[in-house]
Design a binder for this molecule. Structure first.
Ligand SMILES: Nc1ncnc2c1ncn2[C@@H]1O[C@H](COP(=O)(O)OP(=O)(O)OP(=O)(O)O)[C@@H](O)[C@H]1O
Ligand SMILES: O=P(O)(O)OC[C@H]1O[C@](O)(CO)[C@@H](O)[C@@H]1O
Ligand SMILES: [Mg+2]
Length: 542
C-alpha cells in the first residue's frame, strides 16, 4: 500500500512545507552548520526580587509575598465588605486566618524539616482598598489557552459581585496594549457569556514588554490593581512591572494569574486549560487510531503542543491507551540502529499491524537541527521557534519503510496543535478559573502584591513571582509518571545511564537514600542499557 501523509489545516501550506522539508532531509549537499543566531536582547528592566522569608519551628519556612504596606506603611485598612455580603456572611470561617500557609511539599518523613510554605489565598478580615477607590485592569499575554475568557469574566464579576468594584478595564493585545492601545471598559454585562468562547476577548501578543511605558500607563490612568494573565514569560514581565511600581511608590497591586497550556509553570499543581487541552487531544489521537487501524501497517502520527515540557503528550497518552509511542522534549530519542525508534516501529507494526505515535512539538529538536543543519530562530518574546518534528518524523518513517521490501505502510499525520488551545475551557477548568480569579481578587483587596496565585497541593496560595519564574516545570523522566507511560506504551525508553544521571541533576528535592525492601525494589533490576542498545525500562510490563 502507498504511504500517505494527511496534514491538518491549512492543508496547501502544510503540504508544501512537508514537501520542502522532505526534500531538505534527503538532500545530501547540506550547507555547513551556521553559528546559532544570538537571542534578541529583551527590552525589559531586570527585576531584583526581594525575598520575604520567615522561619518557624521544625524547619518551617514561609516564602511570603510583598504587601503594599512594605513600602507604604501608613496605608489605612477597612473591614472586608464580604462580612455583610448576603451570600458570604453566613459562611462559617469564610475568612482565612492571618497566618494560614500552604506546604509546598506534603509527603514528609518522620523527623524531616517542615520546609517551604506559601501564604494561603483567600479573603482577609481587613482590606486595603475601598470598593469605589479601585480601578482595576486586566491583560492577557503570550499564547492562547482554554479558560482565558473565564478568568477575565470571573475577575470582572468577582470584583463587582463580591467587593462592589465597578471600574475595570481591559488592556487589549497583551503588554504593548498598555501604551499602544486604548482600554476597553469591562462590566459584568459585557463579559457575560465570554466563558463559552475560546481565545481571549482582550487579544494577546508576544514581545513589546516595555516596563517603563507600561508603568507610565498604569500611573497615568490611575490603575491600582493590575491582573496579568500569562505564562512564564508574562510572569517575568509582571515581576519587572511590580518592581517598577514599588520603586515609584504607587499604591497598585500587581497580581499574576498563571496561564500555560504546556503546564510548564513550576510549583503550581497544574495550569488552567490543561485538562481541556488533554481532553481535546484525545479526539486527535482517536482519529489517528481509527485511521491506523483501518489500513495495512497503518501509522498515525499526532503532534501536540509542548515547547519544553511534554505534559500534554504524556497525559493524553496515559488517558488514551491507544498510543504506542510518546515522544516528549525531556526524553531524548534516536531513530536508527538497535533499540531505535524505527526498529521499534517495525516491531510494533509486525505485531499489531498498526501503531499510533504522539509527539510533543518540542521533542527531538536537537536531532532535527543536527540533521537539517538549521540555525536557531526566536519569536518576539525570545522563545525558540521550533522545527516541525511531526513532519520530520513522518518523512523519516516513510523513507525507512520505502527502503524495505514487502513492507508498505500507510501513514497519516494529524496536527491539531492550535485546535487544542483554541477551544473553550471544559467544566472542570471553568470552575478552576473561577476560583483562581476569586483568589487573585481577595489577595489584591487585602493589599498583597507581586504574587502569582495558584493551587499548591490542592490549596490556593500566593506565590512570589521569583518562585514561579526561576525554573520551568518539566516532566521528570526518572519519576513514576513517565514510567507509567513507558509501561502503558511498552516503548523503548531510549535513555543511556548518562541521560538518567543528567535528568536526576534537576531534581529539586534531595533523593532519600534507597532502603532495600522499603523504598526500593528488593532486587534492583538491570535498569537501563547503554544508548544504542536502547533496552526499555518497562518493556514487557503490562
Ligand atoms: N524575561 C522577561 N522579562 C520581561 N518580560 C518578558 C520576559 N519574557 C517574556 N516577557 C514578555 O511576556 C509576554 C509573554 O511572553 P511569552 O510570549 O514568552 O509567553 P508566555 O507568557 O511565556 O506564555 P506561553 O509561553 O504559555 O505562551 C511578552 O509580551 C514578552 O515580551
Ligand atoms: O504560535 P504561537 O502563538 O507563538 O504559540 C506557539 C506556542 O505557544 C504554546 O502554546 C504555549 O507556550 C506552545 O505550546 C507553542 O509552542
Ligand atoms: Mg512561555
Amino acid at each position: 500500500m502507498e504511504a500517505a501523509t494527511v496534514v491538518a489545516a491549512p492543508i496547501p501550506a502544510a503540504d508544501a512545507a512537508a514537501k520542502a522539508l522532505e526534500k531538505k532531509l534527503l538532500d545530501l549537499e547540506l550547507p555547513p552548520f551556521p553559528a546559532p543566531a544570538k537571542k534578541a536582547a529583551a527590552k525589559v528592566v531586570a527585576a531584583a526580587p526581594k525575598k520575604k522569608l520567615a522561619g518557624g519551628a521544625g524547619g518551617y519556612v514561609l516564602e511570603d509575598v510583598p504587601h503594599l504596606t512594605d513600602y507604604l506603611p501608613n496605608l489605612p485598612s477597612f473591614p472586608n465588605p464580604l462580612q455583610n455580603h448576603p451570600a458570604y456572611s453566613v459562611v462559617k470561617q469564610y475568612f482565612v486566618n492571618a497566618d494560614d500557609t500552604v506546604a509546598k511539599k506534603i509527603v514528609v518523613h518522620k523527623g524531616s524539616a517542615r520546609g517551604t510554605h506559601f501564604r494561603r489565598a483567600g479573603p482577609r478580615q481587613r482590606v486595603f482598598f475601598q470598593p469605589d477607590e479601585v480601578s482595576a485592569a486586566i491583560v492577557t499575554c503570550g499564547g492562547l489557552c482554554p479558560g482565558l475568557n473565564t478568568v477575565i469574566r470571573e475577575l470582572v464579576c468577582g470584583l463587582h459581585d463580591m467587593y462592589g468594584v465597578t471600574s475595570v478595564v481591559g488592556i487589549e493585545g497583551g503588554y504593548r496594549g498598555f501604551y499602544a492601545r486604548n482600554t476597553v471598559e469591562l462590566t459584568p454585562r459585557s463579559v457575560n457569556g465570554i466563558h463559552k468562547r475560546g481565545g481571549t476577548v482582550l487579544g494577546t501578543s508576544r514581545g513589546g514588554q516595555d516596563t517603563g511605558k507600561i508603568v507610565d500607563s498604569i500611573q497615568d490612568r490611575g490603575i491600582n490593581q493590575v491582573y496579568i494573565i500569562g505564562g512564564d514569560g508574562t510572569q517575568k514581565g509582571a515581576a519587572t512591572i511590580h518592581a517598577e511600581v514599588q520603586r515609584r511608590g504607587l499604591k497598585c497591586a500587581v497580581v499574576g494569574v498563571p496561564k500555560t497550556i504546556d503546564n510548564d509553570i513550576a510549583v503550581i499543581d497544574r495550569s488552567f486549560g490543561f485538562d481541556t487541552a488533554v481532553e481535546e487531544a484525545q479526539r486527535a489521537i482517536n482519529a489517528a487510531h481509527v485511521e491506523a487501524e483501518s489500513a495495512e501497517n497503518g501509522v498515525g502520527v499526532v503532534k501536540l503542543m509542548g515547547r519544553n515540557s511534554g505534559f500534554i503528550a504524556m497525559y493524553a497518552t496515559l488517558a488514551s491507551r491507544d498510543v504506542d509511542l510518546c515522544l516528549i522534549p525531556e526524553s531524548p530519542f534516536y531513530l536508527e540502529g538497535k533499540g531505535g525508534l524505527l526498529e521499534f516501529a517495525e516491531k510494533r507494526l509486525r505485531e499489531n499491524g498498526h501503531m499510533v505515535i504522539v509527539v510533543a512539538e518540542g521533542a527531538g529538536q536537537d536531532v532535527i537541527a543536527r540533521s537539517m543543519r538549521l540555525a536557531d530562530a526566536h519569536d518576539a518574546s525570545g522563545n525558540k521557534v521550533l522545527l516541525d518534528v511531526g513532519l520530520w518524523l513522518c518523512a523519516k518513517i516513510k523513507d525507512h519503510f520505502k527502503k524495505k521490501a514487502n513492507f508498505p505502510i500507510t501513514l497519516k499525520y494529524i496536527d491539531p496543535t492550535y485546535m487544542i488551545r483554541a477551544v473553550p475551557s471544559n467544566a472542570s477548568d471553568n470552575v478552576y478559573c473561577s476560583l483562581l480569579a476569586h483568589s487573585a481578587i481577595h489577595g489584591a483587596m487585602a493589599g498583597y502584591t507581586g504574587f502569582t496565585v495558584a493551587p499548591v497541593n490542592g490549596r490556593h496560595a500566593y506565590i512570589p513571582f521569583y518562585r514561579i519564574t526561576e525554573k520551568q516545570n518539566k516532566v521528570v523522566i526518572t519519576d513514576r509518571m513517565w514510567a507509567r507511560v513507558l509501561c502503558s506504551t511498552n516503548q523503548p525508553c531510549f535513555l543511556s545511564t548518562e541521560d538518567v544521571e543528567k535528568a536526576g541533576q534537576d531534581d529539586e528535592e534531595p533523593i532519600v537514600p534507597l532502603v532495600e525492601g522499603e523504598n526500593s525494589l528488593v532486587k534492583a533490576p538491570p535498569l537501563l542499557a547503554n544508548a544504542g542498545d536502547g533496552a526499555a525500562l518497562c518493556n514487557g510490563a503490562a
